[in-house]
Design a protein around this ligand. Structure first.
Ligand SMILES: *[C@@H]1O[C@H](CO)[C@@H](O)[C@H](O)[C@H]1NC(C)=O
Ligand SMILES: *[C@@H]1O[C@H](CO)[C@@H](O)[C@H](O)[C@H]1NC(C)=O
Length: 435
């Protein structure tokens, strides 16, 4: 006992000596907190100073004057600035692997799902070799917190600055004077163009396609971290459970693609039928591109980008149906993807993307996930000796489908086209700017 008492007495004496200093520091901190609180409104992002931004290449504003992008509010501007911050966790993971496949996770506002996805990603073998980009449609504190907690790889957050969710009273959000539902614009003297079924735009419904298109353009052609990336980029969503072998499998598939399936444009982590976990056959499978865990390279992106007009003017509010019904068919031949016989990602949850939080009739589902991860899902399970089974005639959306509508408003169509152009005007305008 006596052995311990002495040091403890010493600590007590030391404490008495340093107490005044501690109090002074504490006072200073409290004052600082007070000052920060009184200076910031809830929309600015107080923890990044202007100094941080002045050191970044925030040069993209240069080209914006040439487009008629909507006028931004404070929130939109502050979020856009954050897009140019470097990734987090650079100290933990200073280098990306040479042949890494960047992962882009696009999310809206289902935190109970995002937690499950992030947890599943934390168990993915090889994840520490790559960069995870989380693209947000709207700004939601809880979603933000979850992403800020990621420690298993480099992570970068980007926010769609023209998300309808950021504009409470102006386009791309709801603006006063807009037509609603089946209003007759000339009779009601309201603004908007109805879709092919006579319905006017709904900001919540168009936000998804806008986000996807903005994100694609930004990741491939905008961000400093990825605009020169030469490999594949893998895209996943906030309700996709990712198996531990997903990253190694997608690497294997993208390496095998040129030899095994020269006609394939992409590689996929899961079957295009979202309910299927795979056939379990001993072969690779080529089928139509599905929207769970798809990856492709820059050549394919350039091809998609060249069809911007088709994408932006097709009267269909779902990005994936737009791709199947108009963009892919315009490539001229069947657009296949290559995948394994067993899924490395799975869709979960019951709430649709449009069923946000806090709405009337909001979809409540705590994301209780019962996806069984077996031993075979923990190790790469693609065999390079396998042949390819091609699924030729698949049901689903294809050329000729005229769309579900929801995308008739000229403003949406032009905003969409602007997204396709915003990173390209610089090249033509001033050659001294690096692209
Ligand atoms: C900004 O761009 C210039 C010219 O391309 C480059 O020399 C400089 O290193 C960049 N700065 C940062 C912080 O990336
Ligand atoms: C990208 O993928 C396409 C389709 O699989 C392929 O034709 C092309 O050669 C690839 N490009 C590069 C640069 O590897």
């Amino acid at each position: 006992m006596g052995f311990y008492r002495k040091p403890r007495d010493k600590i007590a004496i030391n404490l008495r000596r340093v107490l005044p200093l501690v109090l002074v520091i504490l006072g200073g901190v409290l004052l600082l907190i007070f000052l920060v609180n009184t200076n910031s409104d809830s929309y600015t992002v107080p923890w990044y100073t202007d100094e941080v931004f002045s050191n970044l290449n925030y040069s993209l504003t240069i080209s914006r004057e040439d487009l008629k992008l909507p006028e931004q509010n404070e929130l939109s501007i502050s979020l856009e600035k954050r897009n140019w911050l470097p990734p987090r966790n650079l100290r933990l993971f200073p280098k990306l692997a040479k042949d890494h496949i960047t992962i882009v996770l696009y999310v809206h506002n289902r935190p109970q799902y995002l937690r499950v996805v992030i947890e599943s990603l934390s168990r993915v073998k090889g994840i520490e070799e790559t960069l995870l980009i989380v693209s947000h449609d709207g700004y939601f504190e809880e979603m933000n917190k979850i992403v800020e907690g990621v420690r298993f790889c480099q992570v970068k957050q980007i926010f769609a600055p023209y998300s309808p969710h950021l504009f409470p009273d102006a386009f791309p959000g709801v603006s006063p004077g807009d037509c609603q539902e089946k209003d007759d614009a000339s009779k009601k003297n309201c603004r908007g163009n109805p879709d092919q079924y006579g319905n006017h735009r709904s900001p919540k419904i168009v936000s998804l396609k806008h986000h996807w298109w903005w994100m694609m353009n930004t990741v491939w052609d905008g961000l400093q971290e990825t605009r020169e990336h030469s490999g594949h980029i893998l895209f996943i969503e906030e309700d996709h459970f990712i198996f531990p072998n997903a990253y190694r499998n997608i690497q294997l598939l993208s390496a095998l693609k040129p030899k095994k399936c020269p006609d394939c444009y992409a590689v996929n982590l899961a079957p295009s039928d979202v309910k299927s976990r795979g056939e379990g056959w001993e072969c690779l499978i080529a089928e139509k591109i599905g929207n769970i865990g798809y990856a492709f390279n820059r050549t394919v992106w350039r091809k998609i980008h060249s069809k911007a007009r088709g994408f932006c003017f097709f009267d269909e509010y779902n990005w994936d149906i737009t791709m199947w019904a108009t963009v892919y068919p315009s490539f001229g031949n069947t657009v296949y993807t290559l995948r394994g016989p067993r899924a490395s990602a799975a869709h979960f949850g019951k709430c649709g993307l449009h069923q946000g939080q806090g709405d009337k009739g909001a979809c409540i589902d705590q994301g209780a996930v019962t996806i069984g991860v077996e031993e075979i899902d923990k190790v790469p399970n693609i065999n390079s000796k396998w042949d390819v089974h091609v699924i030729k005639h698949q049901s689903g959306y294809q050329a000729g489908f005229k769309g579900w509508g929801g995308w008739g408003d000229e403003r949406d169509r032009h905003l969409c086209l602007d997204f396709a152009q915003m990173y390209h005007l610089r090249k033509e305008k001033s050659s001294d700017l690096k692209v």
